[in-house]
Design a binder for this molecule. Structure first.
Ligand SMILES: Cc1cc2nc3c(=O)[nH]c(=O)nc-3n(C[C@H](O)[C@H](O)[C@H](O)COP(=O)(O)OP(=O)(O)OC[C@H]3O[C@@H](n4cnc5c(N)ncnc54)[C@H](O)[C@@H]3O)c2cc1C
Length: 458
């Protein structure tokens, strides 16, 4: 560690600086995915924007590889690096709801549970994901797919402005009015353009939702998936639900005879009333021989945190993903084949509907490009035991390869591991060139490179 740089940083830094010999290091270096085992040289845990500016300047001056960490949930472990600097934002937790404007300002170290808690008190929410422990930062900068996507769009469709620190240490605000090119780029372009220190979101009137699953036997998956595909194309936007292959966890909320059973199912989350939801779901819930249909009212933050206890930090995760504009019968047959072969209790395949409000934004209106997609598919191999890492990885890859020929050609970047430049470009399609030009303007030296990297234009 170049001594003069670290002394300089210490003099202008209020947070913690954690190095390999410190007691806090082992815990601080860990990210959510237990498959990622990286050893940074310095973790700079910032408490405010001034700390972020100091840390970015330190990273540039010392020439160290620099990673930005929001919630640390990234599948490929892009919130950390070996031998470099991690700018850790996890202590920046401020949230301010403005109920009159229906907006919320969120600091970059928040996870979605923090935001749900703060906004639910006002009967509002901003569209986020399916689990409350995911970082606001990484999820938003990649796009943000969740229960409210069909009704209120992606998370970025509700983003009003960001505060940012650029590679040259400058602080800027980006919105439709200021630095509009940068604002376009951060809505899907990930951490490529600078460190976002806070986000301003529009809030939506979401309080209680109708939530719960319908499960069917695996043998009925072809019929159910075909019906779900057709249903979700035209379902009212108040009705949402993702299709899954899963193993029912041995949790008290499920009848014991279903525990550890492999099934297919739809996890519903509807913003309609209980009566309207039941009416809307009738055609699909009466198909085949449902094993369980358990949909009822729940506060949105409860729904958001329901899977937290199942997917705890430190598990082994391997991810594969793609976007789909439709699913033909052959693709559905491949789903039935590979979905039935789930290798471990926590492994799963989800098809998230991304139509409705998310499709009303043009594909060149934000960096996130797959606006015509009907589904974002994600296949995740998950298990606590590192000895099963190969098994879950192989299942994921085989499943993905069988479905990829039917896909729209690219994935949602937040559901990818590190898969190379070709896959990054496939995710951005004709937005890549514009992103690359904006990258050159704001980060010509590619200082922010620990991410799904957009290269500065030549
Ligand atoms: C269990 C689980 C559930 C998930 N569910 C969903 C879901 O429902 N919907 C969805 O859309 N995604 C979901 N994801 C994917 C998630 O969006 C990505 O993993 C995302 O990268 C996580 O953000 P983070 O801040 O926690 O990640 P981190 O690992 O901290 O960072 C991820 C990337 O973002 C960059 N970054 C982080 N913070 C900043 C910042 N403040 N400024 C600039 N760059 C930054 C980093 O450089 C890195 O490249 C889920 C992931 C997990 C593990």
């Amino acid at each position: 560690m170049p001594g003069q740089f670290i002394d300089q940083l210490k003099s202008s830094f209020r947070g913690e600086l954690i190095q390999p010999n410190d007691a806090a290091y082992e815990f601080a270096r860990k990210v959510y995915n237990g498959m990622i085992d990286k050893h940074p040289r310095l973790i700079a845990r910032c408490v405010d924007v001034a700390d972020v500016i100091a840390a970015v300047r330190f990273g540039v001056d010392s020439g160290m590889l620099t990673a930005i960490r929001g919630g640390g949930h990234n599948g490929g472990g892009l919130g950390t690096c070996d031998d470099g600097l991690v700018i850790d934002l996890s202590r920046m937790k401020g949230i301010r709801v403005n109920p009159a404007d229906k907006t919320v300002r969120v600091e970059a170290g928040c996870v979605w549970g923090d935001v749900d808690h703060a906004t639910h008190a006002f009967g509002m929410a901003t569209p986020c994901g399916f689990i409350s422990t995911t970082g606001v930062s990484g999820l938003t900068l990649g796009g943000g797919i969740g229960y409210l996507t069909r009704k209120y769009g992606l998370t970025i469709d509700n983003l009003l402005s960001v505060d940012m620190v650029l590679a040259d240490g400058r602080f800027v605000i980006a919105s439709n009015k200021e630095n509009a090119d940068l604002f376009w780029a951060v809505r899907g372009g990930g951490g490529n353009f600078g460190v976002v220190t806070s986000f301003e979101f529009r809030l939506q009137p979401v309080n209680m939702v109708q939530f719960g699953p319908t499960f069917w036997p695996l043998e009925e998956s072809t019929t159910i998936l075909s019906a779900y595909r057709d249903f979700i194309k035209t379902a009212p936007e108040d009705v949402s639900g993702f299709f899954a292959f899963l193993v029912i966890p041995p949790a008290p909320m499920f009848p014991e005879h279903l525990h550890l059973k492999k099934v297919c199912g739809i996890v519903w989350c509807c913003t309609a009333s209980a009566e309207q939801t039941e009416e809307a779901l009738k055609p699909i819930r009466s198909l085949g021989h449902p094993l369980l249909h358990q949909v009822g009212p729940a506060p949105f933050p409860v729904v958001q945190s329901l899977f937290d206890g199942l997917f705890v930090p430190g598990l082994q995760w391997y991810w594969r993903a793609d976007n789909f504009t439709d699913l033909n019968e052959e693709a559905i047959a491949q789903h039935a084949k590979h979905g039935s072969a789930i290798p471990t209790m926590l492994s799963t395949m989800h098809l998230y509907p991304v139509n409705g409000a998310a499709q009303r934004v043009g594909k060149n209106d934000t960096a996130y490009s797959f606006r015509e997609a009907l589904f974002a598919e994600v296949i995740v191999g998950v298990d606590p035991d590192p000895a099963n890492a190969d098994k879950i990885t192989k299942w994921c890859k085989d499943y993905w390869e069988a479905l990829h020929p039917f896909s729209a050609g690219g994935a949602y970047l937040n559901f990818m591991m590190e898969e190379g430049q070709e896959r990054v470009q496939a995710a951005y399609r004709d937005n890549y060139q514009r992103l690359s030009a904006i990258k050159k303007k704001y980060d010509p030296g590619n200082f922010f490179c620990v991410n799904q990297n957009i290269r500065p234009a030549e």
